[in-house]
Design a protein around this ligand. Structure first.
Ligand code: GLP
Length: 240
């Protein structure tokens, strides 16, 4: 595991974007696994700046980790909308090469199978991750098992409370989501996990310096050979 600690999240985002740039310039048809959340927005802002200075993203395919169930793509808190706002409208990735689970699908089992076909057809070159305060990656929540494939998940209360900051009212936070499973994440060639701020410090220490446990889903990343952690001083402060 590579560990990089930055003074600010903007510097962390810039470094993360430079890792994306390396992949985009080094591979003819790169597949990027993308994440949502406040943590990754500095990386997307830096990537948009790199694009404005000439970085061509037109050959990229993107595969997002997850989406809320029941929010239409144009809902301000849907992950479709998040991705448009923070990345897609600023860069030149063709919409036909963008994949995000459909949280409005009438048949969610079929939607999970459709998404699994996408992630098995093309191995992810670069997987970006945030981390939940409870250790979730994507929406793979702490449990007695970790599911391999794309699945529907009931969000845990700590996740609902954390994500409520983006909604006007706690009652509006969707209770269900669709998420890529841990298999596709672990099959990515390179994984970059970002975490900033003191509230992530305990989970970063548990996930990367404790045992591998299904009740700390991110700890499974200890089994991967190419993981980079991008932290700030606050999120790194409980590391041994
Ligand atoms: C959501 C996403 C996760 C993300 C997490 C962190 O729960 N499903 O993929 O890691 O938010 O959010 P934030 O970066 O806002 O702390």
């Amino acid at each position: 595991m590579k560990l990089r600690v930055f003074a600010t999240k903007e510097e962390g985002g810039l470094y993360g974007a430079s890792l994306v740039e390396r992949v985009v310039e080094g591979i003819s048809h790169p597949v990027l696994g993308l994440a949502t959340g406040a943590t990754v927005t500095p990386l997307y802002a830096a990537l948009a700046r790199l694009h404005r200075s000439g970085l061509d993203l037109s050959q990229c395919t993107t595969i997002n980790l997850d989406e809320y169930i029941g929010l239409p793509p144009d809902h301000p808190q849907s992950y479709h909308h998040f991705m448009d706002e923070h990345l897609f409208r600023h860069v030149n990735i063709p919409p036909t090469q963008v994949h995000i689970p459909d949280g409005m699908a009438a048949d969610l089992t079929a939607e999970c199978s459709r998404y699994d076909a996408i992630v098995t057809r093309q191995r992810i070159d670069f997987q970006l991750l945030g981390i939940g305060v409870n250790g979730h990656i994507g929406f793979n929540e702490p449990s007695h098992i970790l599911q391999s494939n794309t699945h529907v998940v009931t969000l845990r209360q700590e996740t609902l409370l954390h994500n409520a900051k983006f909604f006007e009212d706690y009652a509006e936070v969707p209770k269900l989501a669709i998420t890529m499973g841990v298999q596709a994440i672990l099959q990515a060639k390179q994984i970059v996990l970002m975490a900033f701020g003191a509230e992530k410090a305990p989970v970063i220490a548990r996930a990367f310096f404790g045992d591998v446990r299904t009740d700390v889903p991110a700890s499974i990343l200890q089994l991967h050979q190419d993981v980079t952690l991008i932290l700030d001083a606050q999120s790194a402060r409980e590391l041994p």
